[in-house]
Design a protein around this ligand. Structure first.
Ligand SMILES: NC(=O)c1ccc[n+]([C@@H]2O[C@H](COP(=O)([O-])OP(=O)(O)OC[C@H]3O[C@@H](n4cnc5c(N)ncnc54)[C@H](O)[C@@H]3O)[C@@H](O)[C@H]2O)c1
Ligand SMILES: O=C(O)C(=O)C[C@]1(C(=O)O)C=C[C@@H](O)C=C1
Length: 290
């Protein structure tokens, strides 16, 4: 076995949705997994996951489903991760590794690390890949190809466990980046959480416009659609993110308000040159990165 070969005999996925299901499919496609156990709350979604060949067996009992697992991937909404970890950790086998895909890291680490016991390791993680769709049906094997996955180990994270999870994400097609949780949460607040807040607000603002007695959203063309795709994302996922990354998100929302206020003032005063400069600066920034 070469250093980069990754194989896990028994993988348990808690929350078989877009993120958990796509990891299972990616590892299966790579021949990197023996058995995949799908654990969840909703039976219909679990049965769908079984039917689609994402998992080999299903259970609604998190303890029973993870007891014999070598690797447990937690992929529920962020606020449920600690609850699930608390239920399963006392029953995991010695040497088991837990990792997660939650979009916020500091609060997840704070919830899970105190629950650990000798012989059970935790590697906090976040694949920077996704879509606005959720559930097992939304999962696909190539979701993580050529994407980044951020791991945020702490001083308690065991190096063997970290290495195993790094190899898992590389096998799924991602580039692994390691950073501390605070940096992760601030970067994601800017690049992911703020855009979702703005998209949700924009759709609500436009959707509430009632000057004409018709639904003006039906006139939406490319611009509105491109900008607001992410406002179709799962509300419980985004509620949990907004609740668990509040400080960093508020800082970014204030920054956004500042720029919107500047733009509003330039529109109000009819300052063409300032408006041009504002749009030009933005266009250059975006054209250079995307
Ligand atoms: N959607 C994205 O773009 C994206 C990207 C990266 C990370 N994430 C993170 O990944 C996680 C999962 O997101 P998703 O998009 O796959 O959501 P999803 O809704 O597709 O899947 C989550 C699954 O977890 C199940 N679940 C909820 N509570 C549970 C519990 N207590 N026990 C067992 N199962 C439970 C749900 O029934 C659902 O099937 C979230 O923490 C999210 O922040 C999402
Ligand atoms: O592309 C999308 O639909 C996403 O929302 C993916 C996205 C993002 O904001 O980029 C959403 C949340 C994550 O935690 C990571 C990725």
């Amino acid at each position: 076995m070469t250093k980069d070969t990754f194989y896990i005999p028994r993988l348990a996925i808690v929350g078989v949705g877009l993120i958990g299901g796509s990891l299972a499919l990616a590892l299966r496609e790579a021949g990197a997994v023996g058995e995949v156990i799908g654990i969840g709350r909703g039976l219909a979604n679990l049965e769908k996951a079984l039917e689609l060949g994402i998992v080999d067996r299903i259970t609604q009992d998190a303890v029973a489903g993870t007891r014999e697992a070598d690797l447990v991937f937690l992929a529920t909404p962020v606020c449920k991760l600690g609850e699930v970890a608390a239920a399963i950790i006392p029953h995991l086998k010695r040497g088991a590794v837990i990792t997660d895909g939650g979009s916020v890291k500091a609060q997840v680490i704070a919830a899970i690390e105190p629950l650990l016991r000798p012989g059970v390791s935790f590697v906090p993680g976040h694949p920077i890949a996704g879509t606005e769709k959720s559930g097992a049906e939304a999962a696909f094997a190539t979701l993580y190809h050529h994407r980044r996955c951020i791991l945020t180990p702490t001083q308690n994270t065991e190096s063997d466990a970290l290495e195993m999870v790094e190899r898992m994400w590389r096998t799924a097609g991602s580039e692994v980046v390691v950073m501390d949780a605070e940096k992760h949460d601030r970067i994601l607040a800017a690049i992911s959480h703020l855009p979702h807040m703005v998209a949700y607000s924009l759709v609500n603002a436009v959707g509430s416009y009632d000057r004409y007695e018709e639904n003006i959203l039906e006139y939406s063309a490319g611009g509105f659609r491109d900008f607001t795709r992410i406002a179709s994302s799962d509300p419980s996922m985004w509620r949990d993110i907004a609740l668990t990354n509040r400080a960093a998100l508020l800082e970014m929302m204030e920054r956004f308000e500042h720029f919107l206020a500047e733009l509003k003032e330039d529109v109000r005063s009819g300052e063409g040159e300032r408006l041009y400069e504002f749009f030009q600066r933005s266009k250059e920034l975006r054209d250079n990165i995307l």
